[in-house]
Design a protein around this ligand. Structure first.
Ligand SMILES: NC(=O)c1ccc[n+]([C@@H]2O[C@H](COP(=O)([O-])OP(=O)(O)OC[C@H]3O[C@@H](n4cnc5c(N)ncnc54)[C@H](OP(=O)(O)O)[C@@H]3O)[C@@H](O)[C@H]2O)c1
Length: 168
């Protein structure tokens, strides 16, 4: 079986912030719906705080939580001690869809170089963030494959699919 493609999905503020105090800094139902729909049938790779924020392993997909702490438990998810182990675990799971790098900060930093697609929602909202997406993401994913504009309560949203310079 050929390996599943590895994709990244994220929503970012203009300064690259992705969250604050362990939570998303916004509530954007349109973005949440897209996240749920795109990742369904694939395997999500996430950190323990992201797992805690969701409160469970989402149904209809596999989940691998990256943690070095063997005492932590993640019901409904596999556990991996490193991102490399998480990717190997995700590739071996029976879900047919892509492997999705879904955060947080360090998982994105380590996972982005592995990705062939970046699904990024630009959120036109200034927030006081304490977690950030890699700042050079646009240089690393310069090819805009598709974009769709929307808005929520006056904040501009841009749903983009991007690819690295080299690759399909
Ligand atoms: N805007 C978005 O699209 C988006 C998406 C995702 C998350 N977020 C936001 O980001 C924040 C949560 O992210 P976070 O960075 O704080 O936490 P996180 O990634 O969920 O968890 C951090 C923990 O992950 C483990 N970890 C991370 N990289 C690892 C590695 N390479 N190997 C082993 N373990 C690793 C470590 O836990 P151990 O100590 O257990 O080893 C580390 O303390 C929240 O504010 C959330 O809302 C936003």
């Amino acid at each position: 079986m050929s390996p599943k493609p590895i994709h990244c999905i994220v929503a970012v503020a203009p300064d690259g912030a992705i969250g604050a105090s362990g939570r998303l800094a916004w509530d954007i139902p349109e973005d949440t719906r897209q996240f749920i729909a795109l990742t369904e049938g694939g395997v999500m790779i996430e950190g323990p705080l992201c797992y805690a924020e969701l409160g469970k392993a989402l149904p209809g997909r596999g989940t691998v939580v990256v943690s070095r702490d063997p005492a932590k438990r993640f019901p409904g998810a596999e556990r991996a001690a490193s991102l490399a182990e998480a990717v190997a675990t995700a590739q071996a799971m029976p879900w047919p869809g892509p492997v999705w790098i879904t955060g947080g900060e360090r998982i994105y930093a380590e996972g982005l170089p592995l990705c062939s697609r970046l699904y990024i929602t630009r959120v036109g909202m200034e927030i006081r963030g304490d977690r950030f997406f890699p700042r050079d993401w646009e240089a690393r994913f310069p090819r805009l494959l598709s974009s769709r504009r929307s808005s929520q309560r006056g904040a501009a949203l841009s749903f983009e699919v991007r690819a690295p310079l080299n690759g399909a």
